[in-house]
Design a protein around this ligand. Structure first.
Ligand code: SF4
Length: 352
C-alpha cells in the first residue's frame, strides 16, 4: 500500500470494508472526511470485525446518528477565538490553529465539523500575521500550542514560517505541537522537519496522539526516537474509546508502550460530545473505574491524567478517582493501590 485510502471504493478495494457496505460508507464519507494512511491501513486485521484500529478510522453508519447532547463545537473553540486561528481560553496559553487537515481522520474527532477539505481551511499569510500579532501583544502568553487539524502535515518550510517567529516573542517560552503524524506517517519525521519545530531558545514539546498499543509500531517508535534524540520532549495524549482501549490490559499496554518510547502519558481524554460519536463513549463511572485500576498495576511514570473538556469551552477538569476522601472529623480516608482504606493521619501516632 503506497497511498492513503480516501474513498469508500479505496476501502473496499483494500479489503477493509465489504462491498455491501458501500451505500453506508458513502453516506458517512459525504458528511465527514475519510483518510487512512498506509501505516495505519496496514495495521488493520481485515478478518477481525472488532479491530481497534479499524474502529478508529473506518467509517461507521453510527456516525450519522447525532444525539441530543452532541454539538458541532463540543469544547467551545469558537466562543474563545479573539482572532482567526487563535483560541485563548486560559490566561497563559493559546491554541494556534494554522491548518485544519489531518493525515488520518479519526471517527471520534472532537473537531470533526471544522476539519477536512470542507473545514476551516489553512490560515492565509495575512491571517497568520494577525494571529502572531495577537500573541506578541499579549504578554501573559507563555505557551503556544499548535493544533488544528494536524500541524505536522505542513512542509518543513511552512512550519518554520509558523514557529520561527514565536522565538522572537520574548514572553513565549514554550511551543507545544499536538500531532498524530509520528504514529500515522512516521516517515515524515526527518531532520528538516525536526529542525523546523524548534523556535530559537524556546522549549519544544510534541504531544503524540495514540490510542492503542499497536499504533506504536517500530517505525512510529523510531520517529519518536528521532524527536526525543533532538531534545524535543514527548507527551502522550489518548482518548478513552469504547471498543478501542476500554479494558485494563489494552490501556496498560498502551501507556507502557508510550513510556518505552520516551513519551510521557499526559492526558487520557474522556470522549467529547462531537456529533455522531456516541458509539465511542463510555460513562464517566466506567472511565473512573478503569483509571483507578491502573494505579497499582503500572508504574507512576505511565499514569496519565483523566480529563474532561467541559462542554461550552469552560476548559479541562481532572475527573480521575480520588484516593482521598474527607471524613468530616479533620481526617481523611485514603485508599491504597490494593483498594484497602486507611485513615490519615493515623490515630495514636506515638511521639518520639
Ligand atoms: S488527528 Fe486530531 S484533529 Fe485530526 S481527525 Fe484525529 S482527533 Fe481530529
Amino acid at each position: 500500500m503506497s497511498r492513503p485510502l480516501r474513498t469508500p471504493q479505496d476501502l473496499i478495494e483494500a479489503g477493509l470494508a465489504a462491498p455491501e457496505r458501500r451505500a453506508e460508507l458513502e453516506a458517512v464519507a459525504e458528511r465527514y472526511t475519510l483518510a487512512i494512511p498506509p501505516a495505519m491501513a496496514e495495521l488493520i486485521d481485515p478478518d477481525d470485525p472488532n479491530d481497534p484500529i479499524a474502529r478508529q478510522f473506518v467509517p461507521s453508519g453510527a456516525e450519522l446518528e447525532t444525539t441530543l447532547e452532541e454539538r458541532a463545537d463540543p469544547i467551545g473553540d469558537l466562543s474563545h477565538s479573539p482572532v482567526e486561528g487563535i483560541v485563548h481560553r486560559y490566561p497563559d496559553r493559546v491554541l494556534l490553529k494554522a491548518v485544519h487537515v489531518c493525515p488520518v481522520y479519526c471517527r471520534f474527532c472532537f473537531r470533526r465539523e471544522m476539519i477536512g477539505p470542507q473545514g476551516l481551511g489553512t490560515l492565509s499569510p495575512e491571517a497568520l500575521a494577525r494571529a502572531l500579532g495577537y500573541i506578541a501583544e499579549h504578554e501573559e502568553i507563555w505557551e503556544v500550542i499548535l493544533t488544528g487539524g494536524d500541524p505536522l502535515v505542513l512542509s518543513a518550510r511552512r512550519l518554520a514560517e509558523l514557529i520561527a517567529p514565536l522565538g522572537a516573542i520574548g514572553h513565549v517560552q514554550v511551543v507545544r505541537i499536538h500531532s498524530r503524524v509520528p504514529v500515522v506517517e512516521p516517515e515524515r519525521i526527518d531532520a528538516e522537519l525536526i529542525s523546523a519545530l524548534k523556535a530559537s531558545g524556546r522549549s519544544t514539546y510534541v504531544a503524540v496522539h495514540a490510542n492503542h498499543p499497536r499504533e506504536l509500531t517500530a517505525a512510529a517508535r523510531a520517529a519518536c526516537a528521532r524527536l526525543a534524540d533532538s531534545g524535543i520532549v514527548l507527551l502522550g495524549q489518548s482518548v478513552l474509546l469504547k471498543g478501542v482501549n476500554d479494558d485494563p490490559d489494552t490501556l496498560a499496554q498502551l501507556l507502557r508502550a508510550m513510556v518505552e518510547t520516551r513519551i510521557k502519558p499526559y492526558y487520557l481524554h474522556h470522549p467529547d460530545l462531537a456529533p455522531g460519536t456516541s458509539h465511542f463513549r463510555l460513562s464517566i463511572e466506567e472511565g473512573r473505574k478503569l483509571v483507578a485500576g491502573l494505579r497499582g498495576r503500572i508504574s507512576g511514570l505511565c499514569q496519565p491524567t483523566y480529563i474532561l473538556d467541559i462542554p461550552g469551552g469552560h476548559g479541562k477538569a481532572s475527573i480521575g478517582p480520588s484516593a482521598l476522601v474527607p471524613r468530616g472529623d479533620g481526617c481523611f480516608t485514603v485508599t491504597d493501590f490494593n483498594g484497602q482504606e486507611h485513615v490519615y493521619p493515623p490515630a495514636g501516632t506515638e511521639s518520639a
